[in-house]
Design a protein around this ligand. Structure first.
Ligand SMILES: [Zn+2]
Length: 280
């Protein structure tokens, strides 16, 4: 079983054009080719024709038992109506978590404006994913996306589970400490590269991840994710294959941790050939 905990259905080539159906078809083909059983789709903090709303993605994926939605929030426009809409989607089981984009938007995760979102996450016991580290766009401001900022949240909302996306890249040590120190903080390995890894960078990243686990981060708190379509699933699975960690830790990262964190009914997902091959 493989769960990709971090994907997007965004038309990055042309944000002015709606291509949700095309993005979804490409993602399904990529999942089949790579034997990825389940994907979590994270919606954006903005809505444009190429960046569909959470509602649009929920509707487009409703019939697909192996694709789940995590709702992207905008700090800038976050308001009471959002809380009402999110509550409805959480009650209906249409979304499995929330996602925030500090750095892309200029706010610190502990901004009191977002407290209603954290209260919702607590009430429905869904994780809050937080963009961290480098921004894909040079107009982002990375002081807001530093992984240390998640520590304050983790302490102030001890019942909410937070996930630091991208291992805090390049602040791996800071991410390591925040995940290690706080029982309620997780991290994912997505988005470390654009497209495919170069050999040298791949080796460097493997070393970082190995160090994190050796140093004491519980492998139950590290999730496999790609950031597809920005990174390829092919290169990420190769990255995992060549990672020198005990097979049981890799299994945790590849699907068990995500299944537990997002409370996925993995039995509902059609078992891909990948699961069978990997079990042999
Ligand atoms: Zn992403």
């Amino acid at each position: 079983m493989i769960v990709d905990c971090h994907t997007h259905l965004i038309n990055y080539q042309d944000e002015a054009t709606d291509d949700l159906a095309g993005c979804l078809a490409r993602m399904q083909a990529t999942m089949r080719r790579n034997r990825v059983d389940v994907s979590m789709v994270l919606t954006s903090y903005k809505v444009t024709p190429g960046r569909p709303s959470t509602r649009a993605v929920v509707e487009a994926t409703r019939h697909l038992p192996n694709i789940h939605v995590v709702a992207g929030l905008s700090w800038k426009t976050f308001c009471d109506e959002d809380v009402v809409e999110l509550r409805g989607m959480l009650e209906a089981g249409e979304i499995k978590g929330l996602k925030l984009y500090p750095g892309y938007e200029p706010f610190y995760p502990a901004d009191p404006k977002l407290e209603p979102a954290y209260r919702l996450a607590e009430e429905f016991d869904v994780p809050v994913m937080i963009h961290s580290g480098d921004t894909y766009s040079p107009t982002g401001k990375v002081k807001y996306s530093h992984p240390l900022n998640v520590d304050e949240l983790a302490v102030d909302f001890p019942k909410v589970k937070f996930l630091i996306c991208h291992l805090g890249n390049p602040w791996f040590r800071d991410c390591m400490e925040v995940v290690y120190k706080n029982d309620n903080v997780y991290t994912d390995i997505s988005g470390l590269t654009l497209g495919d890894f170069s050999d040298r960078f791949e080796a460097y990243m493997r070393q970082q991840l190995k160090e994190m686990i050796l140093w004491g981060v519980n492998p139950r708190k590290v999730l496999f994710g790609t950031d597809w379509p920005l990174a390829t699933m092919e290169s990420y699975l190769q990255f995992m294959d060549e990672l020198k960690l005990p097979p049981k830790d890799k299994e945790l990262m590849l699907w068990e941790n995500a299944a537990a964190l997002f409370k996925l009914d993995v039995q509902a997902a059609p078992l891909g050939l990948g699961s069978l091959l990997r079990r042999i």
